[in-house]
Design a protein around this ligand. Structure first.
Ligand code: COA
Length: 334
């Protein structure tokens, strides 16, 4: 079944923004008991960018969004939908509206979407449904996260992996459909593998009435379980999305995976028999930037001229929830 019902969709612009402050593996080894050699061989990460204390998620998201809107050749007031995929909003009530205000996107409705490291893929499909239905014409999707706020910088099993950043794309309706197929999945039974969970202690108000007052606990992860999950489930979901797109692995020009670990990227590519030169990777520079990793890697490859209009891209996200999903699309209008 090809998922083409309704209007066609194209991705017409991309943008990204990362903090200037970098933390190398060498510097990290002065904070926790680790080494550049361990991190590089186990993950492929060499450094990560970290948001400086006054830098907000909105500060990162806005320039990424502006670059995507400019590439698409739209006026900001043409944008009618903004989806912010994030697990780390500046405000738990949501940060999308602040982005809408800072951009001056006065015609756009804006909301947050949370699906951890799958957020960009889930957001892409969510935005596409509004466009397919004819409700909106021009959607801005931002994937942005500042996980450094929630990492335990004393836990070497997690703190070496993550970095901060933002990426964005513009989706538009079009006669020719470039969003070829998708598949999204969730499995809450494995939720405990990767959490950033709220924990509260009872605070008595009056009589038997009490509330749970506390905060979110740092990221906790079973690395080996998450690794096994990704290497098994990501190839499956890409194959399913390819089937829905009536395409096969041979049609893929670029494999664009959530940038979690170079070994995961390599293992997924190997299982799908996709050659290494078709695998996009920027892990060495940024580490795992959660919902931002796919649009940052996409934007860099587009601006470097690697991805050309019409190229077929298999993009897949995976992470906490557990959630995972894949989208098959062709880059650019035309
Ligand atoms: N530096 C040095 N040693 C470390 C370390 C670090 N940063 N982190 C863990 N170790 C140690 C462990 O304590 C363990 O030591 P031991 O053998 O004495 O007990 C050893 O290294 C091996 O640990 P292990 O957890 O088996 O390593 P691994 O090969 O599974 O690699 C991950 C760990 C986290 C890199 C890997 O499991 C992974 O990438 N998982 C997926 C995580 C992920 O992508 N999460 C986000 C998904 S969105």
């Amino acid at each position: 079944m090809v998922q083409h019902a309704g209007r066609g969709i194209v991705i017409t612009g991309s943008g990204s923004a990362v903090p200037t402050m970098a933390l190398s593996n060498q510097e990290l080894s002065q904070i926790v008991d680790t080494s550049d050699e361990w991190i590089t061989t186990r993950t492929g990460i060499r450094q990560r960018r970290l948001a400086a204390p006054p830098q907000s998620l909105v500060d990162l998201a806005v320039p990424a969004a502006e670059a995507a809107i400019a590439m698409a050749g739209l006026a900001v007031t043409d944008v009618d939908l903004i989806i912010l995929a994030t697990s780390t909003p500046d405000d738990l009530f949501g940060s999308a509206s602040m982005i809408q205000a800072r951009l001056g996107a006065t015609q756009a409705v804006a909301f947050d979407l949370t699906a951890a490291c799958s957020g960009f893929i889930f957001g892409l499909v969510t935005g596409a449904q509004y466009l397919r239905a004819g409700t909106y014409q021009n959607a801005l999707l931002i994937g942005a996260d500042i996980l450094s706020r929630w990492v335990d910088w004393g836990d070497r099993r997690t703190c070496v992996l993550f970095g901060d950043g933002a990426g964005a794309v513009v989706l538009q309706t079009a006669d020719r459909d470039r969003l070829l197929g998708f598949e999204l999945r969730s499995d809450g039974t494995q939720n405990a593998c990767l959490t950033l969970a709220y924990q509260g202690d009872p605070q008595s108000l009056t009589g038997p009435v009490a509330v749970a007052k506390g905060t979110y606990q740092p990221i906790a992860m079973n690395g080996q379980e998450v690794y096994r999950f990704a290497v098994k489930r990501v190839p499956e979901v890409i194959e399913k999305a390819l089937y829905r797109a009536a395409r096969s692995v041979e049609h893929i020009d670029w494999l664009l995976l959530h940038q979690a670990n170079q070994r995961i990227l390599d293992a997924v590519a190997q299982r799908l028999k996709i050659p290494a030169e078709k695998v996009l990777s920027n892990l060495a520079q940024y580490g795992n930037t959660s919902a931002a990793s796919i649009p940052i890697a996409l934007d860099e490859a587009v601006r470097q001229g690697k991805i050309q209009p019409g190229d077929t891209i298999a993009a897949a996200g995976f992470g906490a929830g557990l959630t995972w999903g894949a989208v098959i699309f062709q880059w650019g209008p035309g």
